[in-house]
Design a protein around this ligand. Structure first.
Ligand SMILES: *[C@@H]1O[C@H](CO)[C@@H](O)[C@H](O)[C@H]1NC(C)=O
Ligand SMILES: *[C@@H]1O[C@H](CO)[C@@H](O)[C@H](O)[C@H]1NC(C)=O
Ligand SMILES: *[C@@H]1O[C@H](CO)[C@@H](O)[C@H](O)[C@H]1NC(C)=O
Length: 619
């Protein structure tokens, strides 16, 4: 409290005392003066003489009254207009009071008011001939208490208690006079009422003679009180007013029984699949949180208790057998319980029929199936060589060809739970006779004599066909490439073209034979219109030479015959002709050499002359 305020209230006159008029003097004081402990108090006393003679000859005395005995003792005596003005020695007020006195007024000033100063102060005026009169003032002392301190009960309070329970205590220390304590719940005053609200108050006197007041609130707690705020308020008198001070607010712990138990799956969110770790939680609406027992309801309603940690049940790496109804119940009350159903989704490995591999004959049909057991809808897709070839759990393979052969992969997925998937496969083998690759059954080729040509033959079939070559017209061939895989065999032969050739590629396996025919037309080296070229012309020259030699031989024989018969006269001209032809032949040979572009040309010529002897030796 501000000091100025105190000063203003220092001498508060609550009621003017009734005038005491008797004889020749009237005395007035205030009925009471209120003052803070430790402050100074001023007690005024006014008086009036009706007898003018008394104005110059009177005296004033101040008394205090003992609270207990009621006896009075003087603390001051003063005679007007003399030096005989004195505070009495050896009283409890000696040294603590000052008194002023004039013709109509006396004022007693009391320093450092103490609690014991709360008593009556009496002002007595004695006008000698006019007689004596007095009036009293009750000095009241006030000490505001410390701020109230509230303490709530730390333990929980059960709503099942039938009588009000102690909720909190409140204390306001060091006040004077005794302060009052009022209780509040959520800022609404709590009025004592039987069976619901009890307030017990008490007080103690401190060594300094101030009062400390205590109050205990007993209250019938309801569930809503768990969120309520309790506070206390102290109200106390101060000079001229009533003041209040409020404590901080406190909450209480309310205990109430569980009326409902809830069990739920905390994780994983969404569908549960085999292998997941599942966390179930249980919660009741009671306080304190009760202790739970988890159990699983097996068939025939048999419940099997499970080990759990407080309100959490962990199921590690669940399987489909972990699916079912889980129950959570109070450890000490079988009635309150909660159930939940856990469904564990699964997808078994895919089973493909036929298993692993299957042999089909060409042209046959087959239905393959792929099944994976699941308690969710599945989707099956078939792939071959990375391409999708079918949907659904069956795959129809119709009219098998060698293209049908291969690895078929089925992938089973669960659209609702993409992390579940499996796959299986079947290897299809197609058995059948050889089937040549390429449209033509017969291949016609042309190639210049002396060149070589590659003949290729590729056949599909299972078991892989073997390839044999049969050549007519040439022995000069050899295989340059050969490859055989599960379903296909390929062979390439290089053949030297000397003359027209026919060849047969004979492919066969256990299931049959297929043949492919090749005919190669050999093209002579020389063409008539073309300018002379040793490579092309050599054949022509050979033919011409041979024909010339033949003609000469015939001509020679005829001439010889005629000569023997004598039909033709023998002359030098005939012999000359023969030798001339020979020279011509030599000339041609020489000319060839002269015109030669290199050794190869000579070799070709010689080879041509010598016939086809080298062909076989090459093989
Ligand atoms: C305290 O309570 C009493 C009884 O109800 C009342 O008379 C008095 O005025 C109260 N005092 C204060 C300071 O409120
Ligand atoms: C024939 O095949 C072989 C091997 O593939 C190759 O080296 C050669 O050049 C081919 N010959 C012709 C005339 O195509
Ligand atoms: C092709 O080969 C098979 C097996 O070697 C043989 O039985 C068959 O006679 C051959 N066919 C021809 C046309 O040579």
């Amino acid at each position: 409290m501000a000091f100025q305020q105190r000063a203003a209230l220092l001498c508060l006159f609550l009621f003017l005392h009734a005038w005491n008029v008797r004889g020749g003097v009237e005395v007035t004081t205030h009925e009471s003066v209120e003052v803070y402990l430790g402050d100074s108090a001023e007690i005024q006393c006014r008086f009036n003489f009706t007898e003018a003679s008394a104005i110059r000859n009177f005296f004033v005395q101040w008394f205090v009254k003992d609270k207990d005995s009621g006896s009075r003792s003087r603390i001051y005596y003063g005679k007007y207009n003399t030096v005989d003005i004195a505070v009495d020695d050896d009283t409890e007020y000696s040294g603590r009071i000052n008194v002023t006195l004039d013709q109509h007024r006396t004022q007693l000033t009391l320093q450092e008011v103490q609690l014991s100063d709360e008593r009556e102060f009496i002002c007595q005026v004695n006008g000698v001939s006019a007689g004596a009169e007095e009036s009293k003032t009750h000095l009241r002392v006030f000490a505001p208490p410390d701020a109230p301190v509230i303490k709530s009960v730390q333990s929980g309070i059960s709503i099942t208690n039938e009588m009000p329970s102690k909720v909190a205590t409140c204390e306001a220390r060091n006040g004077f006079p005794k302060a009052n304590i009022t209780w509040y719940r959520n800022n609404m005053p709590l009025v004592p009422s039987a069976g619901r609200v009890n307030v017990w108050t008490g007080d103690t006197v401190e060594p300094n003679a101030l009062y400390s007041v205590q109050s205990t609130l007993e209250y019938l707690v309801v569930k809503e009180d768990q969120n309520a705020n309790f506070s206390c308020e102290v109200s106390f008198f101060v000079p001229g007013a009533i003041r209040t001070a409020e404590s901080s607010s406190v909450g209480i712990t309310v205990y109430y029984p569980t009326t409902m138990v809830e069990v739920w799956r905390e994780s994983p969110k969404g569908l549960v699949k085999e292998g997941d770790t599942v966390e179930l939680r249980c919660q009741g609406d009671g306080n304190p949180p009760p202790s739970f027992i988890f159990s699983k309801i097996e068939e025939d309603s048999v419940s099997v208790d499970l080990e759990s940690r407080s309100n959490v049940l962990m199921l590690q790496s669940v399987t489909r057998r972990d699916g079912g109804v889980y129950r959570c119940r109070l450890r000490d009350d079988d009635i309150q319980k909660g159930d939940m159903e856990l469904s564990v989704k699964y997808l078994d490995p895919a089973v493909v029929v036929p298993k692993e591999s299957e042999v089909m004959l060409k042209g046959e049909d087959l239905i393959a199936s792929c099944n994976a057991l699941s308690n969710l809808a599945t989707s099956t897709v078939w792939y071959k060589d990375g391409r999708m070839v079918g949907r659904g759990n069956t795959l129809h393979l119709q009219d098998a060809t060698y293209e049908t052969a291969g690895e078929y992969l089925c992938e089973v997925t669960v659209p609702e739970l993409p992390s579940l998937h499996t796959s299986g496969s079947v290897h299809i083998i197609v058995h059948g006779g050889p089937q040549l690759v390429g449209d033509e059954q017969e291949v016609h080729l042309e190639e210049a004599v002396g060149r070589s040509v590659n003949l290729s033959c590729e056949a599909r079939g299972h078991p892989a066909p073997s390839i044999t070559w049969i050549f007519v017209g040439s022995q000069s061939w050899h295989e340059v490439f050969s490859k055989s895989s599960e379903h296909v065999t390929r062979s390439v032969v290089s053949v030297a073209v000397n003359s027209d050739i026919s060849a047969v590629c004979n492919t066969s396996n256990d299931f049959g034979i297929d043949v492919k025919a090749f005919s190669i037309k050999a093209i002579p080296l020389v063409t008539s219109s073309a300018p002379f070229s040793p490579a092309e012309g050599s054949g022509v020259i050979i033919v011409v030479i041979i024909l010339s030699l033949l003609l000469l031989a015939i001509l020679g024989s005829v001439l010889y015959f005629l000569h023997k018969k004598g039909k033709i006269p023998c002359g030098r001209s005939g012999k000359q002709a023969i030798s001339k032809e020979k020279t011509a032949k030599d000339d041609i040979v020489v000319e060839m050499k002269n015109n030669g572009n290199g050794k190869s040309e000579d070799a070709v010529l010689l080879k041509a002359v010598n016939g086809d002897k080298n062909g076989t030796s090459e093989q």
